[in-house]
Design a protein around this ligand. Structure first.
Ligand SMILES: [Zn+2]
Length: 210
């Protein structure tokens, strides 16, 4: 389970935490909870979010339940490096909207001793891994996957089903545009295109991986 950073520690060790899941899963609430605790501990905290996310407030990370925290909107992941000198804890919200530079940026920060807490959607509305999140999950020390509740059956939901006709990948998420669905209810709407028989016929090339 997730382990909170303990201070004082010398030399200070950096690491990456990823909080991921579908929409309405409480990612931002969990990000805010962790960052507020760091602020209470008098650590130097800076929070960033992509400029594309202007849902509620330009300079605040705001969750669906109106919990909020001051943040800096930035255009590119590399801006984080310019704006985080002497910062002990870096938070990133809506991380799926950044490109893969974010992976390198987060690892650079962690390597130099910064605690990096990243929140983002793990899958897009079609169920495909979203932006830099998969690589961040792979390189993070801690990954917390949170779930919403399926609106059709009440099970744990891991999909953000888009209920509008928009086809662009980046539709900034208003509540009315999406609903959380579980695997079963989502796959009933989007039957998998992969045929399991084809998979069993294909040779596994990873058998010599040590
Ligand atoms: Zn369901």
């Amino acid at each position: 389970m997730f382990i909170e950073n303990i201070r004082p520690e010398s030399p200070r060790r950096g690491f990456i935490e990823v909080i991921c899941g579908s929409m309405f899963s409480g990612k931002t609430e969990e990000l805010i909870r962790r960052l507020k605790r760091a602020i209470y501990a008098k650590q130097r905290v800076e929070i960033f979010k992509p400029l594309v996310d202007q849902r509620y407030d330009e300079e605040k990370v705001v969750s669906h339940d109106d919990n909020e925290i001051q943040s800096t909107p930035i255009k590119a992941a590399t801006d984080i490096l310019l704006l985080s000198h002497n910062i002990e804890v870096v938070g990133v919200d809506e991380a799926q909207f950044f490109n893969e530079d974010l992976v390198e940026v987060c690892n650079h920060l962690a390597n130099r001793g910064t605690r990096v807490v990243v929140a983002g959607l793990d899958m897009d509305y079609l169920g495909a891994p979203f932006g830099p999140i998969p690589k961040l999950m792979a390189t993070a020390e801690y990954v917390t996957k949170v779930h919403a509740i399926c609106v059709k059956c009440g099970a744990l939901a891991n999909h953000s089903h888009r209920i509008t006709q928009e086809e662009t990948l980046v539709v900034v998420g208003e509540k009315e545009a999406y609903e959380p669905l579980c695997r079963r209810c989502f796959s009933a709407l989007y039957p998998p295109v992969l045929n399991p028989k084809d998979v069993s016929k294909s040779k596994c090339d990873n058998t010599d991986v040590k």
